[in-house]
Design a protein around this ligand. Structure first.
Ligand SMILES: [Ca+2]
Ligand SMILES: [Ca+2]
Length: 528
């Protein structure tokens, strides 16, 4: 009962599950009633205890013991954009597609930061980067005194009776540090390393292309992600005396874009998908849009086109997408074989999107659709089938999982449960999705619009009804002033200062204070 008291005190419950897991729910409900019956004797001597129990028995969602609760399988993919089958993209992804067919797809989901560590820190703590000040790759948030005690999503589940497993890249690369005094997970599975394995020499030696790609290694089982997936499969196959929360983070299609040859052979090299990039697309961008990637080590389009590598670069990205999809398939198969699938909620997400040449860029760290848009799927008991176009945020994962699993939702989470949308994908939702990049630059996405306001006050506005590729910046068009005002009202008013150590991050950290810009702590000229 101790495990239940916070739930009962909170009295906030969902209407979950049971469309899919009706039988399981009925069995649980019968169990509840039987247990309530046996408590009749307790009633005479312990009325408060009984009242608490009676509430549990009458609530269709309450799990009666931790062991009755739904499991969670949280699959994270690094730098996976929307070029996947179920979102209509060019990637060949049969395993993600089959997951999508049995769950709720969020076709308008966005990361809170277009960069690994701030995005992951955000959805795992349930707080925006503009609240924590974690905008960069450094520092590890537990090293910041004000953030040290934050209860993360897996820790919250551990506190409510779950055995939690962390496998591969869940937090940012190398986090938590090996000497972390407070374990983030009860069981740390295979962690791996994005740098391994490496070919003896790079495949690409083009000036301006500082990231490598190619067919490597020979076999899937030589890759890091194969080992990450194998570790998840091993964890799924263990006997479980407690409900489990398994977080498994796959590293491809993050650079370097290496995958075995078989995944390249799925695509015709002559006809690999390339985005449309108008020659004048960048002409209507404010200078801060150009500055946002200062210090970045990721490539721009010009040198890649000049070297004749654009199609082969995108080929490698899509090969990595198909490769990682296959690892996801192995994990999903293992869940089926474990006998736990009927009581396991699956979440699949990426930490942010990825440019494949759009706006003349590759990779991330921009506030356009290409970098903020992420795949997000929920599937399993209590999750309906359908596609939702409502703007949602990765921040919403934390309160959604607590609701589905019948755990109390901790105070202070900044996301909003997607429970209503899992029951009805077209349910109303008033909030937009907000993405921030470093301090003070934000994008606000509704169903129809994207509004960007950079730290220096400059703006962009795109009408997704007419311009889903965000070619035409309408910010200067007087007709849309009220749209900008409405969307701008969602931007956090007082974004937190970057935590100390942010300026040491690799890849360029831009700050803007009192009209002056600083790159990694040093004054930088943003140009005209
Ligand atoms: Ca990432
Ligand atoms: Ca443009």
């Amino acid at each position: 009962m101790i495990e239940h008291l916070p739930l009962l005190a909170g009295m906030k419950r969902s209407h979950f599950p049971p469309r899919v897991a009706l039988v399981h729910w009925k069995m649980r409900q019968i169990g509840s009633l039987l247990k309530a019956f046996t408590q009749q004797t307790v009633r005479m001597t312990c009325p408060g205890f009984f009242c608490a129990f009676a509430f549990a028995a009458s609530d269709v969602v309450a799990a009666d013991t931790p062991a009755d609760r739904l499991n969670v399988l949280f699959i994270l993919v690094d730098d996976l954009n929307d070029q996947i089958g179920w979102l209509g993209g060019a990637g060949i992804t049969p395993n993600m597609d089959r997951l999508a067919q049995r769950g709720t797809l969020f076709a308008n989901a966005h990361a809170q930061a277009p960069w690994c560590s701030p995005s992951r820190t955000s959805f795992l703590t349930g707080k925006r980067p503009s609240t924590t000040g974690i905008y960069a790759l450094t520092p590890w948030f537990r090293n910041v005194p004000a953030l040290r005690e934050l209860v993360t999503l897996p820790q919250h589940f551990a506190a409510h009776g779950y055995e939690t497993f962390g496998i591969g890249k869940v937090y940012h690369e190398g986090c938590p540090p090996a000497n972390q005094p407070t374990p983030e997970f009860s069981v740390m599975g295979y962690q791996g390393n994005w740098r391994k394995p490496q070919p003896s020499k790079p495949f690409v030696n083009t000036p301006g292309m500082r990231q490598d790609f190619g067919q490597f290694p020979d076999r899937d089982d030589q890759t890091d992600d194969f080992k990450v997936a194998s570790s998840a499969i091993e964890c799924l196959g263990r006997p479980h005396t407690k409900p489990f929360f398994i977080a498994v983070g796959l590293r491809r299609p993050h650079y370097p874009l290496y995958a075995p040859q078989q995944w390249f052979s799925l695509y015709d090299p002559q006809n690999v998908w390339l985005p449309e990039v108008p020659a004048t697309d960048r002409d209507d961008l404010p200078r801060f849009a150009r500055a946002l990637r200062l210090g970045n080590t990721e490539p721009t389009l010009g040198p890649i086109v000049n070297a004749g590598l654009w199609r082969s670069h995108n080929h490698a990205y899509l090969a990595c997408v198909s490769f990682v999809d296959n690892q996801i398939g192995r994990i999903l198969d293992a869940l089926e074989q474990s006998g736990e699938a009927h009581r396991t909620v699956i979440v699949l997400a990426s930490d942010h999107g990825f440019h494949l040449g759009e706006k003349e860029l590759f990779a991330k760290r921009t506030l356009w659709e290409r970098a903020t848009h992420v795949p997000l799927i929920f599937a399993g008991p209590g999750v309906g089938r359908g596609t939702s176009k409502r703007p949602v945020e990765l921040l919403d994962i934390y309160p959604t999982l607590t609701e589905i699993c019948g755990l109390p939702t901790p105070p202070g989470l900044e996301g909003e449960s997607l429970g209503a949308l899992l029951r009805d994908p077209s349910a109303a939702r008033t909030r937009p999705a907000i993405t921030g990049q470093m301090q003070g630059s934000f994008a606000v996405r509704t169903e129809d619009w994207r509004y960007i306001r950079y730290a220096d006050g400059s703006e962009e506005l795109y009408d997704h009804r007419e311009d889903p590729q965000e070619f035409l910046n309408l910010a200067a068009d007087q007709r849309w002033t009220s749209v900008k005002t409405e969307l701008g009202s969602w931007i956090p008013k007082h974004p937190a200062d970057p935590v100390p150590g942010s300026e040491k991050t690799a890849g360029g950290y831009l700050e803007y204070r009192n009209g002056a810009a600083f790159l990694n702590g040093r004054t930088v000229d943003l140009g005209p």
